[in-house]
Ligand binder design. Structure first.
Ligand code: ADP
Ligand code: MG
Length: 341
């Protein structure tokens, strides 16, 4: 029997519940400090208690996972806490394409893949002195919006960067990525691509609630102007979004272009869940500021199934369950190598 393993954070509950519903064994790599939380959920068969998630790289942990025939489901926490080299060195089969996670972590590689996929992107700004319009400044990896800031020009950039360095939020030698700010309705488009069927599925869309940028809108301008705090984009939670039906065709096209681009430049391609993140402007034109090449936590809002999956499946289907279904089918057909790396 195959087991599903993941790190205890991000979307692990959804992933393991989905696996359990598909009749697979479930394993959680769990930090000691969170053991009490995760013991509350009876669908978790086994906890591997660690001091730090990096222990997933240790021979000892990998041996336990191997003995259970585990497939590791990567998510944002894996990317945030490990380097690309470390992720690529994992011996346990990783669901999807572990090589593409480097293209998610490195902002310049990310931009290259998005360009290959012909996704409309906000203009990247090479150096602070080139800032002419409002920009957003981001860190590498899936930092979750912490320490990101907006700047209107070079002086503004320097002042805010220095402030965040003095507050210990940014480090001095960190390479920051600058991109024009895109205003509009945020939409995080979640997909699943199955190399077994060759089909792209649109799962759903979510919105992120990010503090404290979101809280700013609740404060009158007078107080905003007096504040010296640099607002961050730290994600706190997600809520569902359904799109105008007329937008769906383009959504599929963008997803398909992304899958095709990934096939060309990051073998074996964009297998499994991914997310295209961006903004719809006043003309309903989408601009994508980034992608995630694995399950996003925004899928947690659809643990009982999403509106769009209820059109494709006559059962409740979460993203976690969809992943487990793929693994189950691949195991039965002896094709696990097609969906893991
Ligand atoms: N170009 C942009 N224009 C407007 N908002 C942006 C832009 N890029 C990022 N954001 C905001 O910052 C958040 C975090 O940026 P993102 O590129 O998604 O980084 P992360 O990898 O940390 O998720 C987004 O969810 C969005 O709210
Ligand atoms: Mg993001």
């Amino acid at each position: 029997m195959t087991a599903i393993a993941t790190l205890g954070s991000h979307c692990s509950l959804q992933v393991l519940k989905g696996a359990k519903d598909e009749g697979l064994k479930t394993i959680l790599v769990c930090e000691k400090k969170r053991e009490k939380l995760y013991r509350r959920f009876p669908f978790i068969d086994e906890l591997i208690i660690v001091d730090s998630f990096k222990e997933v790289l240790d021979a000892k942990t990998q041996k336990i996972l191997e003995q259970s025939n585990a497939v590791l489901i990567p998510h944002g926490t894996l990317i945030a806490q490990m380097s690309s080299e470390e992720i690529e060195s994992i011996k346990t089969p990783v669901f999807g394409n572990k090589w593409i996670l480097r293209w998610e972590s490195d902002r310049n590689m990310k931009e290259q893949l998005m360009r290959e996929a012909t996704l409309p992107m906000p203009k990247p700004i090479a150096t602070p002195k080139d800032i002419e319009k409002l920009v957003i400044v981001k860190r590498q990896g899936a930092a979750g919006g912490k320490g990101y800031f907006m700047a209107a020009n070079e002086d503004d950039y320097n002042a805010k960067r220095n402030q965040l360095i003095s507050e210990g939020i940014l480090s001095k030698d960190e390479t920051l990525y600058i991109q024009e700010y895109a205003a509009g309705v945020l939409a995080y488009l979640q997909f699943f691509y199955s190399p077994l069927t060759g089909e792209l599925e649109f799962f759903g869309a979510d919105q992120r609630h990010e503090s404290d940028i979101e809280g700013l809108g609740r404060i009158p301008a007078e107080q905003q102007l007096k504040s010296t705090k640099v607002p961050s984009f730290n994600v706190i939670g997600n809520s569902p979004l359904v799109l105008r039906e007329s937008l769906l065709d383009e959504v599929y096209t963008m997803g398909e272009n992304f899958v095709e681009a990934a096939k060309r430049i990051v073998a074996p391609g964009m297998n499994g869940p991914f997310c295209i993140e961006g903004v719809y402007d006043e003309n309903a034109k989408f601009t994508s500021f980034e992608f995630s090449a694995r399950i996003v936590a925004g899928s947690n809002i659809y643990m009982d199934g999403s509106p769009y999956y209820s059109l494709l499946f006559n059962e409740n289907m979460s993203m976690g369950k969809r992943i487990a279904r793929e693994i189950k089918i691949a195991t039965e057909k002896n094709q696990l190598d097609k969906i893991t790396t």
